[in-house]
Design a protein around this ligand. Structure first.
Ligand code: ADP
Length: 355
């Protein structure tokens, strides 16, 4: 019996029609789990789907293999599964969301701090303030806005080949999650992540908006950096929980935005404290107030705090709006603070600056 190695995987793929060894990359083996990528021309995405399946089946036959995931990938072009039309290579690129007054990124140093939840609730708050609002879920490693906004259908394209963002709770919504299945693993490499998000900004008919909130992927790596460098952001807000680890990661986020000259509009402390829904007792589960101190130390505004509360999770799981007046008010206050710090004029794209 041959051991499960990258060679045996490649060997088993020799039998697959339409696949050459050069197309296979990134073979990762973890116990009995095998993951690999098949590089393709995005125009061939539909044709290659059966090849991808056959490749998975071929690898499954190797002794010791428990699960196989093959993904189709493409470099510097649209992710194949999005099935969007690429702009012709030589044609001038469409401007990024030309009628959107302000694009504001919601970022976090690490995952799980509630960045997507805060982005969604801020979008609701801006809408409630009477602003024409859009929400772009750029967290393509874990697109959660389709679930939080309760909308999952694939969007349509219009006569100009632009993607029409669906309305969810009165917001224009766009998510990579519309183009990949929520449960399917997605492997995007750096350049692809960037190209895909650029496409969601350029090729989506956002129309006139006062504000477009971007839910960024968590962290401060290359994907986030290239994104914030190439989008005309009016500013960014950073979400953190009060723990030290989260705060030191948030500080990294702050430095990333400073490096590329994107104004940090402030820090929001999420899961700040807990109020017992039965007795009203308030408890600081994580050392509450850390984000405010960090904001003061870094010289950026502290925008406010959101308590840890089951209503927040329940609403986001159900794809509904929040049913808790006090927390809604907290989000509205934060949104109002953000709005007052935004310049009156539309932010013009700043020239790309080397990182
Ligand atoms: P991130 O985008 O930072 O990875 P999410 O927004 O997906 O984090 O939130 C992670 C989980 O925590 C979700 O289940 C969400 O409903 C929950 N959550 C976020 N903020 C709160 C809060 N203030 N109170 C209760 N649950 C929260």
């Amino acid at each position: 019996m041959r051991a499960l190695t990258a060679e045996t995987v490649l060997d088993s793929l020799k039998s697959v029609n339409g696949l050459t060894p050069e197309m296979v990359s990134g073979i990762a083996i973890d116990g009995g789990k095998v993951v690999f990528a098949i590089e393709i021309d995005p125009a061939q995405a539909k044709k290659m789907e059966p090849v991808r399946k056959t490749a998975e089946d071929a690898v499954k036959k190797i002794d010791g293999v428990k699960s196989v995931t093959a993904v189709l990938t493409a470099e510097r072009k649209a992710p194949p599964k999005m099935q969007m039309k690429q702009a012709p290579q030589k044609a001038p690129q469409r401007p990024v969301a030309p009628q959107v007054k302000h694009i504001v990124a919601v970022a976090s140093g690490k995952g799980g701090v509630g960045k997507s939840t805060v982005a969604a609730n801020l979008a609701h708050a801006f809408k409630a303030m009477g602003k024409a609002t859009g929400l772009l879920d750029a967290d393509i490693y874990g697109a959660s806005q389709p679930r939080m906004m309760g909308y999952r259908e694939k969007p349509q394209t219009n006569a100009e080949d632009m993607i029409v963002p669906p309305m969810a709770h009165g917001l224009k919504l766009m998510s990579m999650g519309f183009f990949v299945e929520e449960t399917a693993p997605v492997i995007w490499r750096g350049p692809m992540v960037h190209a895909a998000i650029q496409q969601l900004l350029r090729d989506v008919d956002w129309g006139e908006l006062d504000i477009l909130i971007i839910d960024l992927p968590p962290g401060t790596g290359d994907a986030q950096l290239s994104l914030v460098q190439n989008v005309p952001l009016s500013g960014a807000v950073i979400v953190s929980t009060p723990q030290d680890v989260a705060l030191s990661e948030a500080t990294k986020g702050l430095l990333m935005f400073k490096k590329v000259n994107v104004p940090v509009l402030g820090i929001i402390e999420n899961m700040s404290y807990h109020v017992c829904s039965n007795c009203g007792h308030r408890e600081d589960i994580f050392s509450h107030g850390g984000a405010q101190q960090a904001a003061e130390k870094m010289g950026v505004p502290f925008l406010g705090e959101i308590p840890l509360n089951a209503d927040v999770r329940i609403a986001s799981d159900a794809g509904a709006t929040l049913k808790n007046a006090a927390i809604e008010e907290a989000f509205k206050n934060i949104a109002a603070r953000i709005w007052t710090t935004l310049p009156a004029e539309k932010t013009t794209p700043r020239p790309p600056k080397a990182a």
